[in-house]
Ligand binder design. Structure first.
Ligand code: NAP
Length: 254
């Protein structure tokens, strides 16, 4: 649903959301669009799901395009940003959301399980952030939101690769926030707990997990998208950088 014009605080902004065909990325794309941003719906494989997200955006009166790119590939990331610049001429918001799991216990973890997760969840964030920051530095403004995980803060058995990638994103966020702050670019991370998406649909120990969530339920993708939009908005996110926001039903209380 389109908001009245005076509430469209992201009007005129261009946002790239990686992995926006499904789950948290999809919800973030819809949320940023609802607040007026033109949205690039990046995806790797789910062509028709990405098109459906764009249809939802355009049917509500917004602007969106779907662009396929594997963000763990530097050449595909460069092509993605070139296409966005050709079409829109600027990038104001980057949401580094694309992510995968390859869960297994350490002794069973194959080097390819390790590498695939690091390549997308951490190196992909580096590729996209570098490409976006080149543009944002010239604009002297920008918002970068990295989706990490509570697993990167507290660890999780069976997720050594995933937790390492997400902890890496937190360190990356803080370093890059310090580098880019003088040019008016903020860089923050959002750490979801358990959110109802395809990524968590196969979990068999839901009852066990719920014992560790004070709010006693899984979160919804829209509840992460709300925080993403807050950080991308003015004046809400303007004076916040280098921070990690847990949106996890109270799982991690620092
Ligand atoms: P999801 O439902 O599995 O969706 C993953 C998205 O990433 C899809 O749009 C997928 O696109 C895209 N993607 C996969 N590989 C890609 C690649 N190489 N290049 C570009 N896009 C790619 O996942 P989700 O649960 O929404 O998770 C989104 C983010 O939140 C991830 O970073 C995840 O680690 C993080 N997170 C999730 C939870 C949770 O409980 N769900 C908790 C903490 C953190 P295709 O459809 O085209 O494959």
């Amino acid at each position: 649903m389109e908001l009245p014009e005076n509430l469209q605080v992201l009007r005129g902004k261009v946002a790239i959301i990686t992995g926006a065909s499904r789950g948290i990325g999809r919800a973030s794309a819809l949320e940023l669009s609802k607040f007026g941003a033109s949205v690039v719906v990046n995806y790797a494989a789910s062509n028709s799901a990405a098109d459906a997200v764009v249809d939802t955006i355009t049917n509500a009166g917004g602007t969106g395009i779907a662009l396929k790119a594997d963000v763990s590939s530097i050449s595909e990331v460069d092509a993605l940003f070139n296409t966005v610049m050709e079409k829109f001429g600027r990038v104001d918001i980057l949401v580094n959301n694309a992510g995968i799991t390859r869960d297994t216990l350490l002794l069973r973890m194959k080097p390819e399980d390790w590498q695939a997760v690091i390549d997308l969840n951490l190196t992909g964030v580096f590729y996209c952030t570098r490409a976006a920051s080149k543009i944002m530095l010239k604009q002297r403004s920008g918002r970068i939101v990295n989706i990490t995980s509570v697993a990167g803060l507290m660890g999780n058995p069976g997720q050594a690769n995933y937790s390492a990638s997400k902890a890496g994103v937190i360190g990356f966020t803080k370093s890059v926030a310090k580098e880019l702050a003088p040019r008016g670019i903020t860089v923050n991370a959002v750490a979801p707990g358990f959110i109802t998406t395809d990524m968590t649909s196969e979990l068999s120990n839901t009852e066990e997990i719920l014992k560790f969530i004070p709010l006693a339920r899984f979160g919804q993708p829209e509840e992460i998208a709300g925080m993403v939009r807050f950080l991308a908005s003015d004046p809400a996110g303007a004076y916040i950088t280098g921070q990690v926001f847990n949106v996890d039903g109270g799982m991690v209380m620092a």
